[in-house]
Design a protein around this ligand. Structure first.
Ligand SMILES: Cc1ncc(COP(=O)(O)O)c(C=O)c1O
Length: 431
């Protein structure tokens, strides 16, 4: 497939739908008025709008459509499951597909100890479960989370989030007990020295936070995105996760990795934390886990997930159709898509590195696999490039204040990558 633009965007049919949407749908979403895409269908890495325009999708429903749009194997898994059982609630009853998915996830998660899985419907719910579980398991009250982090919009997850104030405006009071700490960002560090950047944050936690704000023995967990997502696709220094884990072990604090955006093969490994050789205590996943069906999972060691029956549950969590889609997704990821993410990601990063040399408006290029951030000199310029790319048929999203993210589906070919890069370069040349 390729990009085909037939009308101005939005076209006539799209305009009608947007008008109805404006009248009846909550205005709280984050739609960009300059990039109004009304999607009719999707196939692989491409989407078609209601007026017949075809776009190359380099955002994949915010890093969700890991297997591309409507992968035949996923469609088949959903249809087969829908014919036999749609819902029964795993809260009160059992069904094979949920237990098989739990077994698969428990075995995939890093670390040798046996694990258990709590199922929910979204990233925020996976985080809520981790919040409750870490307080329950440790008997401690406080949490640490990072500036720039995004963990979701329910009250607990929102309390950890430190991404944009608009997300908190008028919602106070939040869940008490969260202390925010700086996320180590090598490209922003004065010395550009990865080790110093990592040490500074660890020192800040030990020498400032634990001495002046909270006693470490009262901290239940640290919530950490192994690659920061909404905050700007920031890759921490290689040694930071290990140092953080060491600190956690020293004080009996649980390390929770939020892999909602970085997990399920996107970075070229099943979980992004595997790039850093660290075994977390709890892992939260959602987004790419079921190719677009709602599913969240919180994975923890048996010794941590030992709450009493009735402690926590979800009517829809781990429903049969999402579970079936997830098992099919994981099969495709393991067969070839994780490898493809690593290969295509390395190819794109290399090409973007060349664009950085050519265009001084690019400040930094970073990422792992198909979780790639391109940072610009200003927010206005970043926004302009997102808009221009959209009107040339490439769908991309911003993150942080000055960064564009590439988070396409993991099925993209080198041809798709070249097409995206050509449109992107075209937009840069216009500046
Ligand atoms: C790292 C991370 N955690 C949690 C969430 C929340 O996920 P959801 O929107 O499914 O609630 C997101 C969503 O963007 C995310 O990127």
């Amino acid at each position: 497939m390729k990009i085909i633009l037939k009308t101005k965007i939005p076209g006539p049919k799209a305009k009608k739908i947007i008008a109805r949407d404006k009248q009846f749908v909550s205005p709280s979403y984050t739609r960009d008025p300059n990039c109004q895409l009304v999607v009719a269908s999707g196939k692989g890495a491409y989407v078609e709008d209601v007026d017949g325009n075809i776009f190359l999708d380099f955002c994949a429903g915010i890093a969700v459509n890991s297997t591309g749009h409507c992968h035949p194997r996923i469609v088949e898994a959903i249809q087969e499951q829908a014919k036999t059982l749609i819902h029964m609630s795993g809260t009160d009853f059992y069904y094979d597909v949920q237990s098989r998915l739990a077994e698969k996830l428990a075995n995939l998660a890093p670390g040798k100890e046996p694990k258990k899985v709590f199922f929910s419907n979204s990233g925020a719910e996976a985080i809520e479960a981790a919040l409750k579980l870490s307080r329950y398991a440790t008997g401690r009250k406080y949490f640490l989370a990072f500036y720039g982090s995004f963990h979701g919009r329910t009250y607990g997850a929102l309390s950890l989030t430190a991404s944009k104030t608009v997300q908190k405006h008028n919602f106070f009071p939040l869940v008490p007990g969260v202390v925010h700490i700086p996320y180590p960002n090598p490209s922003k560090h004065t010395s550009n020295n990865e080790n110093e950047c990592s040490e500074e944050v660890i020192d800040h936690i030990e020498k400032t936070v634990f001495k002046t704000l909270v006693p470490p023995e009262e901290v239940a967990a640290v919530f950490f995105e192994p690659i920061q997502g909404e905050g700007g696709y920031v890759v921490p220094p290689l040694k930071f996760p290990k140092e953080l884990k060491k600190l956690c072990e020293k004080y009996g604090i649980l390390l929770v990795t939020d892999e909602v955006q970085s997990g399920m093969g996107r970075t070229g490994k099943m979980f992004a934390i595997e790039h850093f050789g660290v075994v977390p205590d709890i892992i939260c996943v959602a987004k790419g886990i079921a190719s677009g069906l709602p599913l969240g999972a919180t994975i923890a060691r048996d010794s941590i997930m030992n709450w009493k029956p009735g402690s926590h549950a979800s009517t829809f969590g781990g429903n049969p159709i999402s579970s079936a889609a997830s098992l099919a997704t994981i099969e495709l990821l393991e067969q070839q898509l994780i490898k493809n993410a690593a290969q295509q990601g390395a190819y794109i990063l290399k090409k973007l590195g060349k664009l950085k040399e050519k265009f001084s408006i690019i400040v930094d290029v970073r990422g792992r696999g198909l979780m790639i951030g391109i940072e610009f000199i200003s927010t206005e310029l970043r926004n302009r490039i997102v808009t221009k790319a959209f009107h040339k048929g490439l769908v991309i999203l911003g993150c942080g204040t000055t960064t564009i993210r590439f988070c396409p589906s993991l099925v993209i070919t080198q041809e798709d990558a070249d097409c995206a890069l050509a449109v992107f370069e075209d937009c840069l040349s216009d500046e």
